[in-house]
Design a binder for this molecule. Structure first.
Ligand code: SAH
Length: 348
Protein backbone atom coordinates (compact mmCIF):
# COMPACT_ATOMS: atom_id res chain seq x y z
CA UNK A 1 0.00 0.00 0.00
CA UNK A 2 1.04 3.57 -0.65
CA UNK A 3 2.17 5.28 2.55
CA UNK A 4 1.30 8.83 1.49
CA UNK A 5 -2.14 9.89 2.73
CA UNK A 6 -5.01 9.42 0.32
CA UNK A 7 -6.03 12.90 -0.86
CA UNK A 8 -9.51 11.61 -1.69
CA UNK A 9 -10.18 10.95 1.99
CA UNK A 10 -10.24 14.71 2.69
CA UNK A 11 -13.29 16.85 2.26
CA UNK A 12 -13.12 20.30 0.72
CA UNK A 13 -12.79 22.16 4.04
CA UNK A 14 -9.96 19.94 5.16
CA UNK A 15 -8.15 20.45 1.87
CA UNK A 16 -8.64 24.21 2.05
CA UNK A 17 -7.09 24.27 5.52
CA UNK A 18 -4.13 22.25 4.28
CA UNK A 19 -3.58 24.62 1.37
CA UNK A 20 -3.79 27.76 3.49
CA UNK A 21 -1.42 26.28 6.07
CA UNK A 22 1.07 25.68 3.30
CA UNK A 23 0.88 29.21 1.93
CA UNK A 24 -1.47 28.50 -0.98
CA UNK A 25 -4.73 30.25 -1.79
CA UNK A 26 -7.78 28.32 -0.65
CA UNK A 27 -9.38 28.42 -4.12
CA UNK A 28 -6.60 26.06 -5.19
CA UNK A 29 -8.21 23.46 -2.95
CA UNK A 30 -11.43 23.89 -4.89
CA UNK A 31 -9.60 23.35 -8.15
CA UNK A 32 -7.94 20.20 -6.85
CA UNK A 33 -11.24 18.94 -5.45
CA UNK A 34 -12.84 19.41 -8.81
CA UNK A 35 -10.05 17.48 -10.54
CA UNK A 36 -10.47 14.67 -8.07
CA UNK A 37 -14.24 14.41 -7.95
CA UNK A 38 -15.64 15.95 -11.11
CA UNK A 39 -12.92 15.23 -13.64
CA UNK A 40 -11.84 12.00 -12.01
CA UNK A 41 -8.12 12.75 -12.29
CA UNK A 42 -5.78 9.86 -11.58
CA UNK A 43 -2.59 11.89 -11.19
CA UNK A 44 -1.52 15.39 -10.11
CA UNK A 45 0.24 15.71 -13.44
CA UNK A 46 -3.17 16.03 -15.13
CA UNK A 47 -4.14 19.07 -13.05
CA UNK A 48 -2.96 21.53 -15.66
CA UNK A 49 -4.42 24.70 -14.13
CA UNK A 50 -2.01 24.30 -11.18
CA UNK A 51 1.63 25.35 -11.36
CA UNK A 52 4.23 22.64 -11.90
CA UNK A 53 5.62 23.32 -8.44
CA UNK A 54 2.28 22.89 -6.75
CA UNK A 55 1.64 19.64 -8.63
CA UNK A 56 5.00 18.33 -7.50
CA UNK A 57 4.34 19.44 -3.93
CA UNK A 58 1.00 17.62 -3.89
CA UNK A 59 2.53 14.53 -5.42
CA UNK A 60 5.12 14.47 -2.63
CA UNK A 61 2.41 14.67 0.03
CA UNK A 62 -0.51 12.65 -1.25
CA UNK A 63 -1.53 9.62 -3.24
CA UNK A 64 -4.64 9.29 -5.43
CA UNK A 65 -5.65 5.67 -4.99
CA UNK A 66 -8.50 4.22 -6.97
CA UNK A 67 -10.26 0.86 -7.04
CA UNK A 68 -9.25 -1.59 -9.78
CA UNK A 69 -11.60 -3.86 -11.67
CA UNK A 70 -10.04 -7.30 -11.34
CA UNK A 71 -12.68 -9.27 -13.11
CA UNK A 72 -15.56 -8.28 -15.33
CA UNK A 73 -18.46 -10.61 -16.17
CA UNK A 74 -21.31 -9.96 -18.55
CA UNK A 75 -24.54 -11.95 -18.14
CA UNK A 76 -26.69 -13.12 -21.03
CA UNK A 77 -29.41 -10.73 -19.76
CA UNK A 78 -27.02 -7.74 -19.90
CA UNK A 79 -26.20 -7.60 -16.19
CA UNK A 80 -22.56 -6.80 -15.44
CA UNK A 81 -20.67 -7.96 -12.36
CA UNK A 82 -17.33 -6.51 -11.29
CA UNK A 83 -14.84 -7.96 -8.85
CA UNK A 84 -13.19 -4.91 -7.41
CA UNK A 85 -9.70 -4.77 -5.98
CA UNK A 86 -9.36 -2.33 -3.08
CA UNK A 87 -6.37 -0.38 -1.82
CA UNK A 88 -5.27 -3.26 0.44
CA UNK A 89 -6.01 -5.93 -2.18
CA UNK A 90 -9.22 -7.13 -0.55
CA UNK A 91 -12.06 -7.66 -2.98
CA UNK A 92 -15.74 -6.70 -3.14
CA UNK A 93 -18.28 -7.04 -5.91
CA UNK A 94 -20.56 -4.54 -7.60
CA UNK A 95 -23.31 -5.15 -10.13
CA UNK A 96 -24.82 -3.10 -12.92
CA UNK A 97 -28.40 -3.91 -13.88
CA UNK A 98 -29.87 -2.57 -17.12
CA UNK A 99 -33.58 -2.02 -17.67
CA UNK A 100 -35.40 -0.29 -20.54
CA UNK A 101 -34.76 3.30 -19.59
CA UNK A 102 -32.58 3.02 -16.56
CA UNK A 103 -29.44 1.42 -15.25
CA UNK A 104 -29.02 0.59 -11.60
CA UNK A 105 -25.70 0.14 -9.86
CA UNK A 106 -25.75 -2.20 -6.90
CA UNK A 107 -22.82 -1.24 -4.68
CA UNK A 108 -21.08 -2.80 -1.70
CA UNK A 109 -20.53 -1.04 1.62
CA UNK A 110 -18.36 -3.55 3.51
CA UNK A 111 -15.87 -6.29 2.70
CA UNK A 112 -17.87 -9.34 3.73
CA UNK A 113 -20.68 -8.89 6.24
CA UNK A 114 -21.08 -9.29 10.00
CA UNK A 115 -24.75 -10.24 9.79
CA UNK A 116 -25.58 -13.87 9.46
CA UNK A 117 -28.66 -13.97 7.23
CA UNK A 118 -28.85 -17.69 6.53
CA UNK A 119 -30.06 -17.31 2.95
CA UNK A 120 -27.35 -14.88 1.83
CA UNK A 121 -24.05 -15.91 0.23
CA UNK A 122 -22.21 -12.84 1.51
CA UNK A 123 -22.88 -14.01 5.09
CA UNK A 124 -20.39 -16.79 4.50
CA UNK A 125 -17.58 -14.28 4.21
CA UNK A 126 -16.73 -12.84 7.56
CA UNK A 127 -16.70 -9.09 7.78
CA UNK A 128 -13.17 -7.86 7.10
CA UNK A 129 -13.63 -4.11 7.17
CA UNK A 130 -15.77 -1.16 6.21
CA UNK A 131 -15.32 0.39 2.79
CA UNK A 132 -14.02 3.96 2.78
CA UNK A 133 -16.14 6.72 1.24
CA UNK A 134 -13.92 6.91 -1.85
CA UNK A 135 -14.08 3.13 -2.37
CA UNK A 136 -17.87 3.42 -2.38
CA UNK A 137 -17.90 6.43 -4.71
CA UNK A 138 -15.44 4.68 -7.04
CA UNK A 139 -17.91 1.85 -7.57
CA UNK A 140 -20.41 4.46 -8.75
CA UNK A 141 -17.87 6.17 -11.02
CA UNK A 142 -16.95 2.84 -12.64
CA UNK A 143 -20.61 1.85 -12.97
CA UNK A 144 -21.40 5.14 -14.67
CA UNK A 145 -18.57 4.60 -17.14
CA UNK A 146 -19.76 1.07 -17.87
CA UNK A 147 -23.34 2.24 -18.27
CA UNK A 148 -22.22 4.76 -20.90
CA UNK A 149 -19.99 2.22 -22.65
CA UNK A 150 -22.37 -0.73 -22.70
CA UNK A 151 -25.87 0.73 -22.52
CA UNK A 152 -25.32 4.14 -24.11
CA UNK A 153 -26.53 6.34 -21.25
CA UNK A 154 -25.47 7.45 -17.78
CA UNK A 155 -26.21 5.60 -14.62
CA UNK A 156 -29.68 6.45 -13.30
CA UNK A 157 -30.02 4.65 -9.94
CA UNK A 158 -27.86 3.40 -7.09
CA UNK A 159 -28.84 0.78 -4.54
CA UNK A 160 -26.78 -0.21 -1.51
CA UNK A 161 -27.66 -3.86 -1.95
CA UNK A 162 -24.23 -5.31 -2.61
CA UNK A 163 -22.01 -6.81 0.05
CA UNK A 164 -22.35 -5.63 3.62
CA UNK A 165 -24.79 -3.76 5.83
CA UNK A 166 -24.68 -0.05 4.93
CA UNK A 167 -26.12 1.11 8.24
CA UNK A 168 -23.28 -0.62 10.10
CA UNK A 169 -20.86 1.55 8.10
CA UNK A 170 -22.96 4.63 8.62
CA UNK A 171 -20.41 7.46 8.52
CA UNK A 172 -18.60 6.28 5.41
CA UNK A 173 -21.80 5.50 3.55
CA UNK A 174 -23.18 8.96 4.30
CA UNK A 175 -19.92 10.62 3.28
CA UNK A 176 -20.10 8.68 0.03
CA UNK A 177 -23.71 9.76 -0.50
CA UNK A 178 -22.62 13.33 0.06
CA UNK A 179 -19.98 13.01 -2.69
CA UNK A 180 -22.36 11.23 -5.05
CA UNK A 181 -24.98 13.96 -4.69
CA UNK A 182 -22.92 17.12 -4.20
CA UNK A 183 -22.72 19.40 -7.22
CA UNK A 184 -19.04 19.83 -6.39
CA UNK A 185 -18.57 16.12 -7.04
CA UNK A 186 -20.77 13.64 -8.95
CA UNK A 187 -23.98 15.66 -8.69
CA UNK A 188 -26.53 12.84 -8.90
CA UNK A 189 -30.00 13.24 -7.38
CA UNK A 190 -30.30 11.78 -3.87
CA UNK A 191 -33.75 10.40 -4.60
CA UNK A 192 -32.09 8.02 -7.05
CA UNK A 193 -30.17 6.39 -4.21
CA UNK A 194 -31.65 3.63 -2.05
CA UNK A 195 -30.10 2.41 1.17
CA UNK A 196 -31.08 -1.20 1.82
CA UNK A 197 -30.81 -2.42 5.39
CA UNK A 198 -31.63 -5.49 7.40
CA UNK A 199 -32.87 -2.99 9.98
CA UNK A 200 -30.61 -1.07 12.38
CA UNK A 201 -33.20 1.05 14.22
CA UNK A 202 -30.75 3.48 15.80
CA UNK A 203 -29.23 4.42 12.46
CA UNK A 204 -32.58 4.59 10.66
CA UNK A 205 -33.51 7.28 13.18
CA UNK A 206 -30.19 9.00 12.74
CA UNK A 207 -30.60 9.06 8.98
CA UNK A 208 -34.04 10.64 9.45
CA UNK A 209 -32.65 13.22 11.89
CA UNK A 210 -29.86 14.12 9.50
CA UNK A 211 -32.42 14.63 6.78
CA UNK A 212 -30.86 12.18 4.33
CA UNK A 213 -32.69 12.54 1.03
CA UNK A 214 -32.21 8.90 0.03
CA UNK A 215 -34.79 6.14 -0.26
CA UNK A 216 -35.00 3.44 2.39
CA UNK A 217 -35.51 -0.27 1.75
CA UNK A 218 -35.77 -2.82 4.55
CA UNK A 219 -35.04 -6.52 4.11
CA UNK A 220 -37.94 -7.89 6.10
CA UNK A 221 -38.54 -11.48 4.93
CA UNK A 222 -40.87 -12.19 7.84
CA UNK A 223 -43.16 -10.08 10.02
CA UNK A 224 -43.18 -12.74 12.75
CA UNK A 225 -40.35 -12.32 15.27
CA UNK A 226 -39.53 -15.99 15.79
CA UNK A 227 -39.33 -16.72 12.09
CA UNK A 228 -37.39 -13.57 11.27
CA UNK A 229 -34.87 -14.26 14.02
CA UNK A 230 -34.49 -17.83 12.82
CA UNK A 231 -33.44 -16.73 9.31
CA UNK A 232 -31.94 -13.33 10.24
CA UNK A 233 -30.35 -13.45 13.71
CA UNK A 234 -29.85 -9.67 13.51
CA UNK A 235 -33.58 -9.35 14.20
CA UNK A 236 -33.21 -10.32 17.84
CA UNK A 237 -29.95 -8.43 18.35
CA UNK A 238 -31.59 -5.20 17.15
CA UNK A 239 -34.65 -5.47 19.38
CA UNK A 240 -37.10 -7.26 17.09
CA UNK A 241 -39.86 -6.15 14.76
CA UNK A 242 -41.49 -3.71 17.15
CA UNK A 243 -38.33 -1.69 17.58
CA UNK A 244 -37.82 -1.73 13.82
CA UNK A 245 -41.36 -0.56 13.15
CA UNK A 246 -41.02 2.31 15.57
CA UNK A 247 -37.82 3.47 13.80
CA UNK A 248 -39.58 3.18 10.42
CA UNK A 249 -42.53 5.25 11.63
CA UNK A 250 -40.04 7.81 12.89
CA UNK A 251 -38.40 7.82 9.44
CA UNK A 252 -41.71 8.32 7.69
CA UNK A 253 -42.84 11.10 9.99
CA UNK A 254 -39.61 13.02 9.40
CA UNK A 255 -39.10 12.37 5.68
CA UNK A 256 -42.60 11.62 4.36
CA UNK A 257 -40.95 9.01 2.16
CA UNK A 258 -42.48 5.55 1.85
CA UNK A 259 -40.47 2.54 2.89
CA UNK A 260 -39.86 -0.39 0.56
CA UNK A 261 -39.99 -3.80 2.18
CA UNK A 262 -37.92 -6.49 0.47
CA UNK A 263 -39.46 -9.86 1.02
CA UNK A 264 -38.41 -13.41 0.08
CA UNK A 265 -40.87 -16.27 0.32
CA UNK A 266 -39.38 -19.64 1.26
CA UNK A 267 -41.00 -23.04 1.09
CA UNK A 268 -41.97 -24.28 4.56
CA UNK A 269 -40.76 -21.12 6.33
CA UNK A 270 -43.00 -18.18 5.51
CA UNK A 271 -45.35 -19.59 2.87
CA UNK A 272 -48.40 -19.90 5.12
CA UNK A 273 -51.54 -17.86 5.80
CA UNK A 274 -50.25 -16.63 9.14
CA UNK A 275 -47.10 -15.18 7.58
CA UNK A 276 -49.14 -13.42 4.90
CA UNK A 277 -51.45 -11.91 7.46
CA UNK A 278 -48.53 -10.80 9.63
CA UNK A 279 -46.91 -9.00 6.68
CA UNK A 280 -50.14 -7.23 5.74
CA UNK A 281 -50.65 -6.08 9.33
CA UNK A 282 -47.05 -4.91 9.63
CA UNK A 283 -46.96 -3.08 6.30
CA UNK A 284 -50.23 -1.32 7.14
CA UNK A 285 -48.62 0.34 10.15
CA UNK A 286 -46.25 2.50 8.10
CA UNK A 287 -46.64 3.91 4.58
CA UNK A 288 -44.82 1.33 2.51
CA UNK A 289 -44.75 -0.88 -0.54
CA UNK A 290 -43.55 -4.45 -0.82
CA UNK A 291 -41.14 -6.00 -3.30
CA UNK A 292 -41.59 -9.75 -3.38
CA UNK A 293 -38.17 -10.80 -4.60
CA UNK A 294 -37.16 -14.05 -6.15
CA UNK A 295 -34.87 -16.25 -4.10
CA UNK A 296 -31.51 -16.91 -5.71
CA UNK A 297 -30.08 -20.23 -4.59
CA UNK A 298 -26.60 -19.83 -3.17
CA UNK A 299 -25.33 -23.35 -3.69
CA UNK A 300 -26.38 -26.93 -4.27
CA UNK A 301 -26.61 -27.81 -0.57
CA UNK A 302 -29.05 -24.98 -0.01
CA UNK A 303 -31.76 -25.61 2.59
CA UNK A 304 -33.85 -22.74 1.27
CA UNK A 305 -36.22 -23.07 -1.63
CA UNK A 306 -38.33 -20.49 -3.37
CA UNK A 307 -42.05 -20.91 -2.52
CA UNK A 308 -44.53 -21.88 -5.23
CA UNK A 309 -45.83 -19.20 -7.57
CA UNK A 310 -49.39 -19.38 -6.21
CA UNK A 311 -48.13 -18.44 -2.73
CA UNK A 312 -46.45 -15.34 -4.13
CA UNK A 313 -49.72 -14.49 -5.84
CA UNK A 314 -51.54 -14.98 -2.54
CA UNK A 315 -49.12 -12.54 -0.87
CA UNK A 316 -49.64 -10.03 -3.66
CA UNK A 317 -53.41 -10.28 -3.56
CA UNK A 318 -53.60 -9.96 0.23
CA UNK A 319 -51.33 -6.90 0.17
CA UNK A 320 -53.21 -5.28 -2.73
CA UNK A 321 -56.54 -5.90 -0.98
CA UNK A 322 -55.21 -3.99 1.99
CA UNK A 323 -54.24 -1.10 -0.30
CA UNK A 324 -50.52 -1.86 -0.30
CA UNK A 325 -48.60 -1.83 -3.58
CA UNK A 326 -46.78 -5.11 -4.08
CA UNK A 327 -44.60 -6.16 -6.99
CA UNK A 328 -43.12 -9.50 -7.95
CA UNK A 329 -39.54 -9.00 -8.99
CA UNK A 330 -37.47 -11.32 -11.11
CA UNK A 331 -33.76 -11.33 -10.43
CA UNK A 332 -31.18 -10.68 -13.09
CA UNK A 333 -27.65 -11.95 -13.55
CA UNK A 334 -28.13 -15.37 -11.96
CA UNK A 335 -25.89 -17.05 -14.53
CA UNK A 336 -22.91 -15.05 -13.27
CA UNK A 337 -23.87 -15.12 -9.56
CA UNK A 338 -24.67 -11.42 -9.70
CA UNK A 339 -28.20 -11.57 -8.31
CA UNK A 340 -29.25 -10.43 -4.81
CA UNK A 341 -27.57 -12.48 -2.13
CA UNK A 342 -25.18 -14.21 -4.51
CA UNK A 343 -22.17 -11.94 -4.04
CA UNK A 344 -19.49 -14.05 -2.45
CA UNK A 345 -16.21 -13.44 -4.29
CA UNK A 346 -16.46 -16.90 -5.83
CA UNK A 347 -13.80 -16.04 -8.42
CA UNK A 348 -11.11 -16.21 -5.79
N1 SAH B 1 -27.43 -5.75 4.19
C1 SAH B 1 -28.34 -5.05 3.34
C2 SAH B 1 -27.95 -5.00 1.88
C3 SAH B 1 -27.42 -6.26 1.24
S1 SAH B 1 -28.55 -7.55 0.84
C4 SAH B 1 -29.74 -5.64 3.51
O1 SAH B 1 -29.90 -6.58 4.26
O2 SAH B 1 -30.69 -5.08 2.94
C5 SAH B 1 -29.53 -6.99 -0.48
C6 SAH B 1 -30.87 -7.72 -0.60
O3 SAH B 1 -30.71 -9.06 -1.09
C7 SAH B 1 -31.58 -7.85 0.73
O4 SAH B 1 -32.94 -7.57 0.60
C8 SAH B 1 -31.36 -9.32 1.05
O5 SAH B 1 -32.24 -9.79 1.99
C9 SAH B 1 -31.48 -9.95 -0.31
N2 SAH B 1 -30.94 -11.30 -0.40
C10 SAH B 1 -29.97 -11.85 0.33
N3 SAH B 1 -29.74 -13.13 -0.06
C11 SAH B 1 -30.59 -13.38 -1.08
C12 SAH B 1 -30.81 -14.49 -1.94
N4 SAH B 1 -30.10 -15.61 -1.82
N5 SAH B 1 -31.75 -14.38 -2.89
C13 SAH B 1 -32.44 -13.23 -3.06
N6 SAH B 1 -32.27 -12.14 -2.30
C14 SAH B 1 -31.36 -12.21 -1.31
Amino acid sequence: MNSKPNIRSFDLDELSRFFVKNGEKSYRAKQVYEWLWKKNARSFEEMTNLSKNLRLFLDNHFSIPHIKIKKFQHSIDGTIKNAIGLQDDLVVESVLIPAKKRTTACVSSQVGCSLDCHFCATARLKRMRNLTPDEIVDQVIEADKQSCDYYGHSLTNIVFMGMGEPLLNYDNVMRAVEKITSDKALGMAARRITISTSGIPKNIRRMADENAKVGLAVSLHSAIDDIRTQIMPVNKRQGGLKELLSALQYWYNKTKRKITFEYLVFKGINDDEQSIKALVDYAKKVPSKVNLIEYNPIDASDRFQQADAHILEAYKTALNNAGIVATLRKSKGQDIDAACGQLANKFE
